[in-house]
Design a binder for this molecule. Structure first.
Ligand SMILES: Cc1cc2nc3c(=O)[nH]c(=O)nc-3n(C[C@H](O)[C@H](O)[C@H](O)COP(=O)(O)OP(=O)(O)OC[C@H]3O[C@@H](n4cnc5c(N)ncnc54)[C@H](O)[C@@H]3O)c2cc1C
Length: 505
């Protein structure tokens, strides 16, 4: 018997997520514990025409799992780690969609293995990560979740189960895909005709490329094409050591110059020595490059007196090391600091686990301090998620800063600068400021789209960023996405309201 709950008090936590969008409701939350039970929920819902919202851990920030009617399909009981196998150069794991990322990573740690995707909030589920193609600080070196998914077991709205292994099924050159089902039926669909932006991180709408692996279509599809039931993931060996630091700068120009050199040096190293963690490089090869602007540092100064006076920005970096390379790499990074006039004496470095944890905690404290601020002013944060091509980043940063300065609104800019992906957070003090913040957000979106960027690099579109997706791809392409969805979900029951308006279905 499948566990199912409908008592409002018991299901309340499934009606929202980390977007805090109010008003979510559903008649029932189902907790399947097997692929067969997932298909049972979906086949019934399709027969009845009842909407189904798939729920992971609810850490999503764009209201993807917030239901507006129908059933919630909770993946909490699909939480088995079925196998972890060590192999030459890493390993493989088979996990259920409801496995918590933090639990999985903790277990891998004991086996000296690494699963690179690392969204800051690690209470999320693997299924949620796959559905949003989640990234994190280490994405600069390792890429997003997509790069580690080898096989998916998916349940479609019709109750069919599809098992897709990477490399087995591709779209043809004209963008047609055919998926044979066990029932003997074949799903035929056509990929949307847009070109994706040329950026290193992208989580906006369906993944589309000529001749693409069909598996990739489901990764990042935000619960609209099928339910991820189980995944086989690729693992890497755990790096021997890590060198990390928080580097302070007295000038923003120097900081951006430092980033440009660290980024291009890292990309060159990777081209020369394709990623194998064991052969730790002796050249600069950052795995994380994270930015804090002066407003972010002001927030952090509330807790950290050691933030040096006169600093206008900072960078957090990490590079993997071995006992043989650690000293050499420290010398390389110090030379880079010197070339770009960083505040070397006041900067912080860590080579031990304990000290590294302190630096990570420094980075984690910023959202915590900002959330306290929002609670005080009873406002929701307005937080951007755009990434742009390398050559456009400098101009985009100036546009952010000039527009925000002129607006007089309180704000912070921080995040994944290695991938030209910083989060601009506007902190409105009242409703009028909140409305201005949203107008400014749209100006940023238009500029990002104009220079070939993406409107969401990692958090996805969900229900909150649909107008930005429309701005990027236009109405016709949204219709093509909806048509693709109908091929998998003829009743339009799954993830209604995510990516595009329900009317398009
Ligand atoms: C403080 C904080 C920091 C964050 N930092 C990052 C970050 O650095 N990088 C990043 O990428 N994200 C980040 N996020 C966002 C969030 O953690 C990710 O989007 C995460 O992948 C969501 O996983 P979840 O299990 O919580 O999914 P949920 O929020 O439950 O769902 C997200 C979406 O996926 C769908 N979904 C969930 N499970 C399945 C499934 N099994 N099959 C099909 N669809 C499914 C849902 O319907 C929904 O549309 C952060 C969030 C917070 C609150």
């Amino acid at each position: 018997m499948m566990l199912s709950k409908s008592d409002p008090d018991e299901i309340q936590s499934f009606m929202s997520d980390a977007s805090y969008l109010p008003g979510g409701f559903a008649s029932r939350v189902m907790f399947p514990d097997s692929a067969a039970q997932v298909t049972e929920v979906l086949a019934t819902a399709t027969r009845e025409g009842t909407p189904v919202t798939v729920s992971g851990a609810g850490t999503g920030t764009v209201a993807g799992r917030v239901p507006f009617g129908g059933y919630v399909l909770a993946t909490d009981r699909l939480n088995q780690i079925k196998s972890i196998v060590k192999e030459e150069g890493g390993g493989r794991a088979v996990v259920g969609a409801g496995v918590r990322l933090a639990d999985f990573q903790r277990l891998l740690e004991t086996k000296a293995l690494l699963y690179p995707p690392d969204p800051t909030e690690r209470s999320c589920f693997i299924g949620g990560n796959i559905a949003t193609n989640a990234s994190g600080a280490r994405t600069f070196k390792y890429g997003p979740t997509r790069n580690y998914v080898e096989r998916l077991t998916l349940a479609l709205a019709t109750g069919d189960i599809v098992d897709l292994r990477r490399g087995e099924l591709r779209a043809d050159a004209a963008g047609r895909i055919e998926i044979p089902l066990e029932s003997g039926r074949t799903i035929e669909a056509r990929l949307p005709s847009y070109l994706m932006p040329q950026v290193r991180k992208h989580a906006s709408g369906y993944y589309v490329e000529p001749g693409m692996d069909v598996l990739d279509l489901f990764i990042g599809s935000e619960g609209t094409l099928g339910v991820v039931v189980e995944a086989e993931l690729r693992l890497l060996p755990k790096p021997q050591g890590i060198l990390s630091g928080v580097i302070f700068f007295a000038s923003n120009e120097s900081l951006l110059g430092f980033v440009a050199e660290a980024r291009s040096a890292s990309l060159k190293t990777r081209q020369r020595e394709p990623t194998t963690v064991e052969s730790s490089s002796t050249s600069i090869d950052a795995r994380a490059l994270e930015y804090f602007d002066s407003e972010s540092l002001s927030f952090l100064k509330q807790k950290y007196e050691a933030v040096p006076a006169g600093s206008v920005g900072a960078l957090f970096f990490e590079q993997e090391t071995t006992s043989e390379t650690e000293e050499l790499l420290m010398t390389e990074w110090l030379a880079l600091l010197e070339r770009h006039q960083a505040m070397a004496d006041e900067s912080w470095f860590a080579t031990t686990e304990q000290d590294q944890e302190k630096l990570r905690e420094f980075r984690h404290q910023l959202p915590v301090l900002m959330n306290e601020w929002f609670a005080r002013y009873k406002q929701r944060k307005v937080s951007t998620d755009m990434a742009v091509p390398d050559e456009e980043f400098h101009g985009m940063m100036s546009f952010y800063e000039n527009t925000l300065q002129a607006s007089g609104l309180k704000h912070t800019i921080f995040g994944h600068i290695g991938d030209n992906h910083v989060h601009v957070n506007i902190l409105p003090r009242d409703d009028a400021e909140a409305a201005r913040a949203r107008e400014i957000y749209m100006q940023f979106v238009r500029r990002a789209v104009k220079v070939g960027g993406t409107v969401s690099a990692e958090h996805g579109i969900g229900k909150l960023k649909r107008e930005y997706l429309r701005e990027m791809y236009g109405e016709e392409h949204l219709r093509e996405m909806a048509a693709l969805k109908r091929a998998f979900d003829p009743g339009g029951i799954l993830g209604r309201g995510n990516l595009f308006q329900e009317e398009l279905l």
